[in-house]
Design a protein around this ligand. Structure first.
Ligand SMILES: [Zn+2]
Length: 493
């Protein structure tokens, strides 16, 4: 069975066949950088990390583009309100670009901590103003957009497919749309491509329609097509952006080119916390930095426990991967503790396998290990090929962990254990990207070996009664914080 993915466009599981195999072109909506990343960001970007990793694991060459929104995302997610970045800049007395830099770096730090593969290209909206203006001009020329008083709106009535992703109908949208102050739109469902801005706006650019800034949706249709072509394979993002953001992207892109935009739309579900909706305004948003580094228990504003202590990023990632990306994930301190103990079992099983393989006697492969190993491998692959079902795949990894414990106790041979250790390593390291903290201090293995060698040399010096040399080794190590102790079993440190 090959890879099948759930395409929101059409709402069904489909066989995945890229346009130009083995290449896969993929765009994922990135963050609006006006605050620290929270659990919702991790849920979304961990999901797409698993997707990119599995595509690459399967032999595809993925070109992964993820944008950074640094202008035009307004506080009400539609066409009114203040730019989120500008609002934060005003609160803190900073230039909007200083806010962008601060939170872009913070975002990358958090995603790196989670061991997410970095996108190949991370285009920023402010770096692509001419391209956005060009797309808007094309839309006006083709009769899909109109200018009013220096702003430009997309004419939803000119694009009959509007609503095909979200399943909403234009007449419903018109009835539900709020009538904004100073209405310029022909139709309440029309959306902004360009907003005119007076001199009080810091973030504004010249355009054929006067000074202003682009609407939020147009950056994604423009930048995805610039780097991936007019039609590309996968567009991903959070379920909350399906409407209006992704619906608007499709309208802009397909009305401008007359061609299909993204072929597969993948949406991840959301996070709740202790069964409640999570949000800054609700007083229960937990930032990733809180989870990774907090020294104190955290409570929500009603005094309920959110988090009793810090959890390492690999545990948070493991926790997210134990539910399917299209399912809602309920976060709680207890759920995280359970995920932690499970995650460490997997980590320890992997380490035990590597150790046992190193020490085992060389023996030829045995069917007693090879047959179940091949079955595990097939089941893991089937799980991931079933719309990236990481929850089932991790369950298979746990089965291998249990079974390999038995193989070790029964004295399985080097060849079999090496094969099992390699498989476990490829799953946890390559396919899932679980990098536990103990392993992330690069070179700790090397350091242990160097200290071990020095301890042996000191032992030899003592046996040859060269106490000056043995003391020099001991004192030298002590000076860099490593204390050697002599025990009946030999030196330890
Ligand atoms: Zn987007």
């Amino acid at each position: 069975m090959g890879l099948r993915v759930y395409n929101t466009l059409g709402r069904k599981l489909e066989a995945f066949t890229p346009l130009d195999p083995p290449r896969v072109s993929m765009y994922v909506c990135g963050p609006t950088v006006y605050g620290h990343s929270h659990l919702g960001h991790a849920k979304s970007y961990v999901a797409f990390d698993a997707i990119v990793r599995w595509l690459r694991f399967s032999g595809y060459q993925v070109n992964y583009v993820q944008n950074i929104t640094d202008v035009g995302h307004l506080t009400d997610d539609a066409d009114e309100g203040e730019d989120k970045v500008v609002a934060e800049a005003r609160r803190r007395g900073l230039h909007p670009m200083a806010v962008v830099e601060t939170y872009l770096r913070s975002y990358l730090d958090d995603m790196d901590a989670l061991n997410l593969v970095r996108p190949d290209i991370m285009p920023r909206a402010t770096g692509h103003i001419p391209e956005q203006i060009e797309q808007i001009q094309t839309l006006i020329e083709r009769g899909h957009a109109y200018e009013v008083g220096g702003s430009v709106y997309f004419d939803v009535a000119s694009f009959p497919d509007y609503g095909k992703l979200s399943g909403r109908r234009v007449d419903e949208l018109e009835a539900g749309a709020r009538v904004a102050v100073g209405v310029e739109k022909r139709n309440p469902a029309d959306f902004a491509l360009w907003k005119c801005a007076d001199e009080s706006h810091i973030m504004r650019w010249p355009s054929p329609w006067g000074t202003g800034f682009p609407g939020w949706h147009v950056e994604c249709s423009t930048m995805s097509q610039k780097y991936l072509g007019e039609t590309f394979d996968i567009h991903g993002g959070g379920l909350e952006n399906q409407f209006p953001h992704h619906e608007c992207e499709i309208a802009q892109a397909e009305a401008a080119t007359g061609k299909k935009f993204a072929r597969y739309w993948l949406h991840n579900n959301m996070c709740t916390i202790n069964g409640q909706k999570m949000g800054k305004s609700l007083g229960n948003a937990v930032s990733l930095k809180d989870i990774f580094y907090t020294a104190e228990p955290l409570h929500d504003r009603d005094g309920n426990l959110l988090l009793e202590r810090a959890f390492e990023p690999a545990v948070v990632k493991h926790f997210i991967l134990t539910s399917h990306y299209r399912q809602n994930l309920d976060f709680s301190n207890d759920a995280l503790k359970a995920a932690e103990s499970g995650s460490y079992k997997l980590r320890d099983a992997r380490r035990a396998l590597v150790e046992a393989a190193r020490k085992a006697e060389p023996t030829p492969p045995s069917d007693a290990v090879r047959t179940p190993l091949a079955e595990f491998e097939q089941r893991f692959t089937d799980a991931m090929n079933d719309d990236f079902n990481t929850a089932s795949a991790i369950a298979v990894a746990f089965e291998l962990a249990r079974e390999s414990g038995k193989w070790i106790r029964e004295g399985a041979g080097k060849d079999d254990l090496t094969q099992a250790a390699t498989l476990m390593h490829r799953w946890t390291d390559e396919a899932l990207g679980l990098r536990w903290r103990e392993e992330s201090s690069a070179g700790s293995d090397d350091r242990d070996q160097v200290v071990g060698l020095l301890a042996d040399l000191r032992q030899e010096a003592r046996q040859q009664k060269d106490f000056a040399l043995s003391d020099r080794i001991r004192d030298g190590l002590k000076a860099i914080g490593i204390e050697l102790r002599d025990t009946p079993q030999g030196p330890t440190w």
